[in-house]
Design a protein around this ligand. Structure first.
Ligand code: SF4
Length: 423
């Protein structure tokens, strides 16, 4: 199933470690995916006002899941296609709790962050780069009373920042006791609150229903606990190398870290490479000097297939342990016998088994094999007299691949193969 939607968390995933930049390598992989018609969605705990710098770097992004999944923006329509705010009575109780403690918090509404001026002195920067912090702080709307502001607003998310001190357990207990909330901690000491059932995975699920995509068509990237549901939902859930242990467990695959262009690496591996079908090819047809006399059977038409297919070279006789050069063999009464009369059937059968293993491991349903060879020939092979005469029959490997459902073509049938693929 091909990927039709790529969902990406920001911090620790899409963004470089400076939290501000999308690297050129990641950008060009996403541009290429976009040109292939693949939709892209940013899925972030941040609110809309602090992702403008990301959207400036990636203007083609189609959707934004923000505030941990409390809202989804369709950038083309310029409107939210999904929102799930925290019920007003719960917001009021949360604000009452925070007012009793020396803590800093923000409430997110309509894509903006709002804070109470009297609480700003309690903000502690744990590890954010200064440049990012300055940019972030400029985006905050300050109020005299968050309680008054919240009474007249839909609140998507509330964030309590960096307070791993003496009040952490006490406050967390009170928040759990309220019920109706989902709590996550993407960073130690941070608590993010959304309405129960709100998460990036649910928002992604809703989007897919709206757009008609199946789970198998979704590739998702994340690194933190608030990405877990999204990674579990996606057919191709991929954790960054820098992800939490829980996040890695939720994902099916792992890629490099955000500092090593992990997203670009995985897009290249799972989308661009797999976009080309894989086929098994006799290595000697690609110019490998694995033929019995130490030469090769290079064939330009076969070599040109690499533009349309991912070629998987095999040499069954080498797989069977035969040396280069070697005495030539032909098939006599179903046995592989050398010109000197020695029986090499066991080596030919081993080579055929190993070739089938490679074909299955690489998900190859097609093979292009050297015609007439006692290993690779299909339909006609040398007759066992070592005089160049042909008889009907298959080489050991061609026969085994064919009997296991693999379509086998010779080097003179490339047009037929291309025709089957519609090229
Ligand atoms: Fe070529 Fe097949 Fe012979 Fe190897 S076994 S040299 S791939 S024809």
């Amino acid at each position: 199933m091909s990927v039709k939607l790529i969902a990406m968390d920001l911090d620790g995933t899409l963004m470089a470690p400076d939290h501000i930049t999308v690297t050129e390598k990641t950008k060009s992989a996403l541009i290429k995916a976009n040109e292939m018609g693949i939709k892209t969605v940013i899925a972030t705990g941040r609110t809309l006002s602090v992702i403008n710098n990301v959207l400036k770097q990636l203007p083609f992004i189609d959707y934004v899941i923000y505030s941990n999944g409390a809202a989804v923006l369709d950038r083309c329509k310029g409107e939210n296609i999904y929102t799930k705010p925290i019920p007003a009575d719960i917001v009021s109780k949360i604000v009452d709790i925070f007012e009793r403690y020396p803590v800093y918090y923000e409430v997110y509404s309509s894509g903006l962050s709002h804070a109470q001026e009297s609480k700003s002195g309690f903000f502690k920067n744990k590890d954010l780069p200064q440049e990012f912090l300055e940019f972030y702080m400029q985006s905050i709307q300050n109020h005299n009373s968050i309680s008054d502001f919240a009474k007249n607003s839909e609140i998507e998310k509330i964030n309590l920042f960096y307070f791993d001190g003496e009040y952490y357990d006490e406050i967390k207990e009170q928040l759990y006791a309220l019920g109706g909330l989902d709590l996550t901690s993407p960073v130690s000491g941070d608590i993010e609150m959304t309405s129960a059932g709100v998460n990036k995975g649910e928002a992604l699920n809703g989007m897919c229903k709206e757009l008609g995509f199946t789970q198998e068509e979704v590739m998702a990237f994340g690194d933190a606990d608030n990405d877990i549901e999204m990674l579990q939902f996606a057919g191709l859930g991929i954790a960054m190398a820098n992800a939490s242990a829980e996040c890695k467990e939720a994902a099916k695959y792992e890629t490099l870290s955000n500092g090593e262009d992990g997203i670009a690496h995985a897009i290249d591996k799972y989308i661009f490479n797999t976009a080309k079908p894989k086929i098994i090819v006799s290595a000697c047809l690609l110019g490998e000097n694995c033929k019995y006399n130490g030469g090769n059977n290079f064939c330009e038409a076969v070599d040109n297939l690499k533009e349309k297919f991912e070629l998987v070279p095999i040499c069954p006789e080498c797989f069977g342990g035969l040396p280069i050069p070697r005495v030539p063999n032909e098939i006599i009464n179903g046995r592989a016998v050398s010109k000197e009369g020695k029986d090499y059937t066991k080596e030919y059968e081993d080579g055929a088994e190993k070739s089938l293993y490679v074909a299955n491991e690489c998900n190859c349903s097609y093979a292009v094999l050297k015609e007439r060879s006692p290993s690779c020939g299909f339909g006609m092979v040398y007759d066992g007299t070592f005089t160049g005469k042909l008889v009907k029959g298959n080489g050991f490997t061609a026969d085994l691949l064919y009997n296991n459902g693999i379509r086998v073509f010779g080097e003179s049938q490339i047009d037929k193969l291309l025709n089957e693929f519609g090229f």
